[in-house]
Design a protein around this ligand. Structure first.
Ligand SMILES: Cc1cc2nc3c(=O)[nH]c(=O)nc-3n(C[C@H](O)[C@H](O)[C@H](O)COP(=O)(O)OP(=O)(O)OC[C@H]3O[C@@H](n4cnc5c(N)ncnc54)[C@H](O)[C@@H]3O)c2cc1C
Length: 464
């Protein structure tokens, strides 16, 4: 029983620990320091490339729930994070050097784990007795990326993340926006037959988008502010050419005064019911989660500094008081189209002896990457041992993440952080966001405990 894991980041390290804890031998390949990436600075495993925060740590917060689930599943990343914790209010932040040291020394000391410092240029052979996990992260080396493209099909592998800002629904001024789909092409027609609950949830029978109409004067003011706004300092790799499909709005704006009116701000096919006419320009907002409390600005990927983003985007009618759940960005990010490529168990659909985990599998964030590595490690170990490979319950954060990655709409797939919006809703939810989230967390932990207890190695996980 042997597993090979490529990539010793958050996901690969957690996967190695989980598989080795199940008594399976692991060979973990990490290319640093022989071959560095554009952002990693050390040769340590599980290096945090940017912030030192694992975000919220309370159970009324989805990432807090995910972390608690990982603790119950015996996570090494969580254990190392606790041991290197620094004061950060309600968040879990760590001393990054101590954190990476603990992960590195724990894995190096494990008798079942061999760490090999070399670049893997092609996906290794895999079989039921010797599964492979690829967890090479957003900066997967070029040679391996080329092989991945060959395996999954170039159209299902992305190299840049163009993220549009997301606003909190309750902060949108509904008196200034109207609901409609372009040319009245609502999802209504497909919702009856589409099995994807995200599709059904978006449509309320009146059009799928919230539209913010702009007059000529409003557009001119917005345009002038946009082209004068300050962009974020970018890493070198961000200076590479953008794909035309994910140009930042400010780059488009610099191409001409009307470029946006023929791109993401085009008004054609959208009639404002208050005027009976197409507006001069229009920004569309699309529902971004099942709960319907997040809306993303369609096609509004941007590299503006966050303060500048808020200032400029709040000039859009209806968004004057918008609160931003996430700001837009564009950065290098190698990831697959999860819904097309992966099963809910993190196995590759076309080759179930191969698993993907971490950011390249289509999740976003340190904790989410480690969580996917955790399940991929457990499942690959189960496969190697001849045990059943099972998905975690969709009522848990860790199971909901796996379900999202493998079942979201592939046409608009974007890597996601964990949110309560992707967890199966409660049949009868208490009123109020905090109470609802706490109830979701209570159900998740009860279901996770039952799931762990039913697994062959259940008791060992609890003891972890
Ligand atoms: C610039 C930048 C900033 C970010 N900031 C944040 C942040 O603040 N907070 C957050 O939560 N997330 C952030 N992320 C996302 C972050 O990368 C992930 O959350 C997390 O690191 C992903 O874990 P991972 O294990 O998938 O990848 P990584 O942690 O990157 O690990 C992948 C490992 O695979 C190795 N590798 C790559 N190719 C090969 C190969 N061919 N052979 C062998 N080894 C290979 C790499 O050296 C690396 O060690 C950021 C990403 C980038 C690019």
């Amino acid at each position: 029983m042997h597993i090979r894991i490529v990539g010793g980041g958050l996901a690969g390290s957690e996967a190695a620990w989980q598989a080795a804890s199940q008594g399976v031998r692991v060979t973990l390949y990490e290319m640093r320091p022989a071959r560095p990436t554009a952002v990693h600075k050390t040769d340590r495993l599980a290096e945090l490339v940017c912030s030192n925060s694992f975000r919220g740590d309370k159970l009324d917060n989805a990432v807090g729930l995910l972390k608690e689930e990982m603790r119950r599943l015996g996570s090494l990343v969580m254990r190392a994070a606790e041991a290197s914790r620094v004061p950060a209010g309600a968040a879990l932040a760590v001393d990054r050097e101590r954190f990476a040291d603990i992960v590195t020394s724990t894995l190096a000391a494990h008798s079942a784990i061999t760490i090999v410092r070399e670049e893997v240029a092609a996906i290794p052979e895999s079989s039921e007795r010797e599964p492979v996990i690829v967890a090479t992260g957003p900066l997967t080396s070029d040679r391996l990326s080329a092989d991945l493209a060959r395996l999954v099909g170039g159209e299902h592998l992305y190299f840049y993340d163009a993220i549009s800002p997301i606003v909190l629904a309750e902060t949108i001024d509904r008196s200034k926006v109207f609901r409609a789909s372009r040319w009245n092409r609502s999802l209504r027609g497909v919702s009856a037959t589409a099995p994807d609950p995200r599709t059904c949830a978006v449509d309320d029978g009146q059009g799928d988008y919230l539209n913010c109409p702009l007059t000529r004067e409003e557009y001119e003011r917005f345009y002038d502010a946009l082209v004068a706004a300050e962009s974020a300092t970018v890493h070198d790799f961000d200076k590479e050419k953008f794909f035309e499909g994910c140009l930042p709005i400010e780059v488009m704006a610099h191409r001409g005064r009307d470029t946006l009116r023929f791109g993401p701000m085009k008004p054609v096919g959208l009639v404002d019911p208050r005027t009976g006419r197409e507006p001069y320009a229009c920004v569309q907002l699309r529902q971004d989660n099942l709960a319907g409390d997040h809306f993303s600005l369609v096609g509004f990927q941007t590299q503006l500094k966050w303060g500048e983003q808020a200032r400029v985007l709040q000039m859009i009618p209806g968004l004057e008081r918008a609160e931003f759940v996430r700001f837009g960005m564009v950065h290098r990010n190698t990831y697959v189209n999860g819904p097309t490529v992966l099963r809910e168990t993190w196995q590759v659909r076309s080759r179930p002896t191969l698993f993907f985990a971490g950011q390249m599998s289509g999740v976003e964030g340190y904790v989410e990457s480690a969580a996917s590595g955790l399940l991929a490690g457990l499942n690959a170990a189960a496969l190697a041992k001849g045990d059943p490979v099972v998905a975690a319950p969709r009522t848990t954060a860790i199971g909901a993440l796996a379900y999202y990655v493998s079942h979201a709409n592939p046409a608009h797939y974007e890597p996601s952080n964990i949110t309560f919006g992707i967890i199966q809703p409660l049949a009868a939810a208490p009123k109020g966001k905090k109470l609802r989230n706490e109830a979701l967390s209570a159900r998740a932990l009860a279901d996770l405990d039952a799931w762990i207890a039913a697994r062959p190695e259940g008791r060992a996980l609890h003891a972890g």
